[in-house]
Design a protein around this ligand. Structure first.
Ligand code: ZN
Length: 358
């Protein structure tokens, strides 16, 4: 077990009296699932959010699900209550704005008023856009960009993803809430603990629709229709979106190499979580993506476990899909299951309610 995990026991999502097998891919059933398993906690958080806001910093490795959990929280508590601030998206937005005269002018005006630092705004933008590693992008500049993004929407609770990103940015995050005028609100760190095996398979089997860009996973998240390529002797997913007419989903170049290509980043992200969890005076939440196979029966329902899809070519030429619980080794080599996103979000709700109650 990692050092920071020891104060966070596995959350039991199996709930006495709740026997229905929910289809977690269906939004209506998902709503029913959350209210059956965490109705009281949701009520408590809603009451809190009616009068207050909170700032949550999401810490987790690439593809650990930060965006997905933010989306689920918006779904449960309302788009008007939560905003997802992704630093990666902000950087892409700066790229787009630089090619658009009026937007560029507006952005520069905001930065002139809000940025203070040792290099000029022009130099900072250049470093940001070229990902020039020689000019270190000042954290003060990232903070000004975050502030700009937040200023676009009326005061909502925030999920910030992508900050802190470097070890020396951790102390800045302690004061960010004051900087964005959220000073009396709750701030909280939410870290995601996820085995590397899960990240690796998510990357290796990831495919995307060339038409609508919907992501899926050949092994862990199949579509309804699956095809078979006679020539290459391989199965492939067909996009579920009717407008895409069964477009063949494709892998991104380099993904088949898996997580070894981002090893340095993974290690830094791990160090960030370790560092944050030694901080005093701030509430912390740990989301566990996996659990040992041996504890599964006691803690979770079968339909909460990520399945593995298996394909078979029938005599009629059609592909038959079946699923089974996917077993992998966690980082300590223990046979484990990976949880689907909704039960992990459920553990976020339960822990958040616990923090609010205090
Ligand atoms: Zn599509």
């Amino acid at each position: 077990m990692k050092i920071y995990e020891k104060d966070f026991p596995y959350i039991k999502t199996k709930t006495a009296g709740v026997t229905k097998k929910f289809n977690l891919a269906d939004p209506a059933e998902r709503r029913e699932y959350f209210s059956a398993k965490a109705g009281a906690e949701i009520k408590l958080i809603k009451k809190y959010l009616a009068a207050n806001t909170l700032v949550a910093y999401f810490l987790g490795k690439k593809n650990s699900g930060k965006g997905t959990y933010s989306k689920l929280m918006k779904e449960i508590f309302g788009e008007d209550k939560f905003n997802h601030i992704s630093v990666g998206d902000i950087v892409r937005d700066v790229h787009a704005a630089m090619a658009d005269g009026p937007r560029k002018a507006e952005m520069l005006k905001f930065l002139e008023k809000n940025y203070r630092g040792y290099i000029s705004i022009e130099e900072a933008i250049k470093a940001l856009l070229s990902r020039d590693t020689k000019t270190l992008l000042p954290t003060e500049f990232i903070l000004a960009l975050i502030k700009m993004e937040i200023s676009k929407t009326p005061k909502k609770s925030l999920f910030i993803d992508g900050f802190p990103r470097e070890l020396d940015q951790v102390s800045y995050s302690l004061f960010l809430s004051s900087l964005i005028d959220y000073r009396s609100d709750l701030d909280i760190f939410v870290a995601i603990s996820i085995p590397e095996a899960v990240l690796d398979e998510r990357m290796k089997f990831r495919v995307v629709c060339p038409v609508c860009h919907t992501p899926r996973n050949l092994k862990l998240f199949a579509t309804k229709e699956v095809g078979y390529d006679q020539e290459k002797k391989e199965f492939y997913l067909k996009c579920d979106n009717a407008e895409c007419r069964g477009a063949r989903m494709v892998a991104k170049e380099g993904d088949s190499l898996g997580i070894e290509t981002i090893r340095n980043r993974l290690e830094l992200d791990e160090k960030l979580i370790e560092k944050v969890f030694t901080l005093h005076g701030l509430p912390k939440i740990l989301l566990r993506n996996s659990l040992p196979v041996t504890s599964a029966k006691e803690l979770v329902d079968d339909y909460e476990i990520t399945p593995e899809y298996v394909y078979e070519l029938g005599a009629d030429g059609r592909v038959k899909t079946s699923e089974r619980s996917w077993t992998m080794k966690d980082d300590e080599g223990v046979d484990s299951y990976s949880l689907l996103a909704p039960p992990v979000a459920l553990s976020l709700i339960k822990q958040l309610a616990g923090v609010i109650k205090k």
